[in-house]
Design a protein around this ligand. Structure first.
Ligand code: HEM
Length: 435
């Protein structure tokens, strides 16, 4: 399988990587943004440079927009398709080669992951998942979120120098998504490790080493989820995934793709939301004080974190035909990077966008969960997890402090921290449990 995977990498990642590297050396801000913060520089500065070039920043290979109105309009316009080789109008021999060497792994960035499929096929994958996330199912998860949060807080109380990613922001969503998928205890830690290795696949132009590691982890995940699906077919549980298997009428490959997408989307994003919120609040003690006096402001604070430091910084769409939208012309097959994090700093929508303000009245207008047919299916679950976890953490440990600079994950699309070293100080408040 190695040569096939190398060909896939060369076409889908290697060539874009080479082009982006050349463009980044020529100081093109979009290329510098796409090569990632380690090689390209500060994303917020680059986004503002892109914005300064107009509503759409066009380069020979890809366009980009950080304009809120245009991002939203593109996401909601069915003339725009998801970005995949078929929609990008690549030459036939190339698409043939991509098909011939497809390792058929459950890659969230490739069909049949619902993220990468257009309507009408898309609704066949999305509908059973949306249908299984019933209010009763979410309510059951709420009880589990509270339980897990309290267990983690109890453990934190006996640790004087914890890392709030490894010890709090990570384990909570991992446990909850494992619950959604009905995954047994022994598989959970392996799922986390695979998520970490697979997350770079959402970026453009990843290195051969990173790609190969991600493919290996997808291959292991494929096998493990296949066995898991067999188990749930024999003995269905009351978990959401058992309902999807029973009612969804999906093939095994479609089910493994759905499981891997849910595992990745449910974990890799929510860990960033909780981590980003912890860092922002510790860096803005005035906002934290406001939350202490007015706990009813917590849901709004979570929206402001989603806006200000969006866990998913970008997505893209490809024009399905020549078209006009919001006064802009898009040529068929033109791919547009939609800078969601940039749209969430658009001053035409958000006054003083660089101010972190938990009382911002229109924070919820952010595009952090995207919009249109692919809008996030787990938004209410993510909001619920973050609100419960953050309120309980700061009530239980009011003297929480950073003890070092939080380290970034270094990815482009997903924005979050790898480590948040803190000191929880001596005055843990016993009654600050999640409820
Ligand atoms: C803070 C947490 C989260 C953020 C910021 C987030 C963000 C997003 C975004 C931006 C998209 C759409 C991408 C696009 O339009 O191309 C998306 C799609 C999706 N998300 Fe989330 N997500 C989060 C949590 C979750 C959770 C907890 C779950 C599941 C339990 C989930 C499941 C999904 C699924 C299944 C899709 C694909 C929807 C489709 O293609 O129709 N997400 N998410």
């Amino acid at each position: 399988m190695r040569p096939a995977i190398w060909i896939q990498w060369a076409i889908l990642q290697g060539v874009p990587r080479a082009i982006l590297s050349i463009q980044a050396r020529r100081a093109d801000p979009l290329a510098r943004l796409l090569v990632g913060p380690q090689r390209g520089g500060d994303p917020l500065t680059l986004i503002e440079q892109i914005r300064a070039r107009g509503q759409v920043n066009r380069t020979p290979f890809i366009s980009a927009t950080a304009d809120h109105e245009l991002c939203r309009a593109i996401l909601r316009d069915n003339r725009f398709k998801v970005t995949n080789p078929a929609n990008m109008g690549l030459p036939r021999p190339i698409t043939w080669l991509i098909r011939r060497t497809d390792p058929q792994l459950p890659n969230p960035a490739e069909p049949p992951s619902m993220l990468q499929v257009d309507p009408p096929e898309h609704s066949r994958y999305r509908h059973p998942v949306a249908h299984a996330f019933t209010p009763r199912a979410i309510d059951k998860l709420r009880t589990r979120v509270i339980e897990v949060t309290n267990e983690l807080l109890d453990r934190l109380a006996s640790s004087r120098h914890p890392d709030l990613v490894a010890d709090f922001a990570g384990p909570l969503p991992a446990e909850i998504i494992a619950e959604v998928l009905g995954v047994p205890e022994e598989v959970r830690s392996r799922m986390l490790d695979r998520g970490e290795k697979g997350a770079p696949l959402l970026d453009v132009g990843v290195s051969w080493k990173t790609f190969r590691r991600a493919m290996d982890s997808l291959q292991e995940g494929d096998k493990e989820f296949s066995d898991h699906i067999d188990r749930l077919r024999r003995e269905p549980g009351d978990d959401i995934f058992s309902h999807i298997i029973r009612d969804g009428n999906l093939t095994r490959r479609e089910l493994t793709a759905t499981a891997v997408l849910l595992a990745g989307a449910g974990f890799e994003t929510t860990v960033n939301l909780i981590g980003n919120a912890i860092v922002l609040l510790l860096q803005h003690p005035d906002q934290l004080a406001m939350l202490r006096d007015n706990p009813e402001l917590w849901p709004g604070a979570v929206e402001e974190v989603l806006r200000f430091d969006s866990p998913v910084q970008m997505t893209s769409r490809t024009a399905g035909c020549d078209l006009e939208l919001a006064g802009q012309h898009f040529a068929a097959h033109e791919t547009v990077a939609l800078l969601l994090g940039g749209a969430n700093r658009d001053r035409d929508v958000f006054a003083h966008p660089d101010r972190f303000d938990i009382t911002r009245a229109n924070a919820k207008d952010h595009l952090a969960f995207s919009s249109g047919v692919h809008a996030c299916l787990g938004a209410s679950l993510a909001r619920m997890e973050a609100t419960i976890a953050l309120q309980a953490l700061f009530e239980r440990f009011p003297d929480l402090q950073l003890t070092g600079t939080p380290t970034s994950r270094g990815l482009t699309t997903l924005h979050g921290f790898r480590h948040i070293p803190v000191c929880i100080a001596s005055t843990a408040v016993g009654h600050g449990n999640a409820r």
